[in-house]
Design a protein around this ligand. Structure first.
Ligand code: 2P0
Length: 338
């Protein structure tokens, strides 16, 4: 075993994942397609701790709470099973935005952890197998393993991985409306949707249809069709989520105002389309040449940032290792070596 460091970026889906076919294996009910960003990264160092009895997680310079540590420990059990080893590890992870603050993402977190942990345990995984491993941490994490625009296939455990697909260059404008931690997790909200929405089966079949159209639109470089599907599918997802019992609403009035402003921009000749995940923040896809002008128009709604297609998860050198919590904050590491 060795100490390793990896970096991964969040992804935003243009065809959304919302619902599982298998909770244990984290298999999606339908495929999805996303753009991996080149900002908001997570960097994670895995340090072998052969004498420790439990895994330890340091998150953003402080010891993580037991719930977060249990979740990564369960994930690390999959890595240990693949490696045929029982070693515990110390995980140091740092997000470029605070965890739980709207944009910090389980996708970048588990993609970075999967990449660092696989290398720490000397696993030599093919890209698709690394994507399958990341999926076990959080479904959307499998899409942050490959570069750029990635499709995550529905299917059984062997078939359900993400891979890059050809697509035209584009930019995404992230409009951060609210940085608060969301009231309901995606995982819980997905479960409630499958259990209570009368529209769920229609959602699954129509997602498969849209994904097929989206892959074709990406291959032919048809930005207009990519955008139409993106915005329509996002609104369908939010309609579906609002149809749960009890209802869940992630979009707020500012989110709706941004969708309206983007529609107005389209009327005035800037072709752009909106999407939003399980929260009020809005992501807008736009052609590269129009990105700065549209970002300026949207700047009144919140923090705006223009991002582009980013790299898949990758290993870094020892120079990039995340420092120990007690080096960042002397009080935070107390107890971590008990
Ligand atoms: C997506 N989301 O496709 C959708 C759209 C949020 C809204 O994937 O239970 O954190 O860990 O597999 O990956 C968020 O779900 O859920 C998500 P788990 P995950 O990006």
């Amino acid at each position: 075993m060795r100490t390793t460091t990896a970096r991964a970026y969040p992804n935003i889906a243009l065809v959304k994942y919302w619902g599982k076919a298998d909770e244990e294996l984290i298999l999606p009910a339908a495929g999805s397609l996303s753009l991996t960003l080149n900002h908001f990264e997570t960097t994670t160092t895995v340090v072998p701790a052969p004498d420790a009895e439990t895994d330890v997680l340091e998150l953003d310079g402080a010891l993580a709470d037991p719930g977060q540590t249990d979740r990564i420990s369960t994930f690390l059990d999959h890595v240990r099973a693949l490696a045929g080893r029982d070693d515990r590890v110390l995980v140091r992870s740092r997000n470029s935005v605070p965890t739980g603050a709207g944009l910090a993402s389980s996708a970048s977190g588990f993609a970075a952890l999967a990449t660092a942990a696989a290398a720490a345990f000397d696993l030599d995984l093919a890209p698709r197998d690394l994507s399958r491993l990341a999926r076990r941490g959080s479904g959307s994490a499998c899409r942050s393993i490959p570069d750029g625009i990635a499709v995550w296939h529905a299917g059984d455990d062997a078939a359900s991985f993400a891979e890059t697909v050809p697509a035209p260059d584009m930019r995404m404008i992230i409009v951060t409306v609210n940085r608060a931690r969301k009231a309901v997790s995606s995982r819980e909200a997905m479960r409630l949707t499958a259990a209570t929405s009368p529209f769920y089966s229609g959602w699954v079949t129509s997602t498969e249809d849209y994904l097929e159209q989206m892959v074709a639109a990406c291959a032919s470089g048809d930005f207009t069709r990519i955008g139409e599907i993106t915005e329509s599918h996002a609104l369908r997802m939010h309609g579906l989520i609002q149809s749960t019992v009890p209802p869940i609403r992630f979009l707020n009035p500012t989110s709706h105002a941004i969708f309206d402003a983007v529609a107005e921009a389209r009327e005035s000749g800037i072709e752009a389309y909106s999407t939003a995940d399980a929260g009020p923040n809005v992501a807008v896809i736009v052609r590269p040449a129009d990105a700065e002008a549209l970002a300026e128009k949207l700047s009144g709604f919140g923090d705006v940032r223009v991002v582009g297609p980013g790299p898949g998860a990758h290993l870094l050198t020892a120079d990039d290792a995340v420092p120990p919590a007690d080096a960042v904050n002397p009080a935070a590491g107390e107890g971590s070596r008990a």
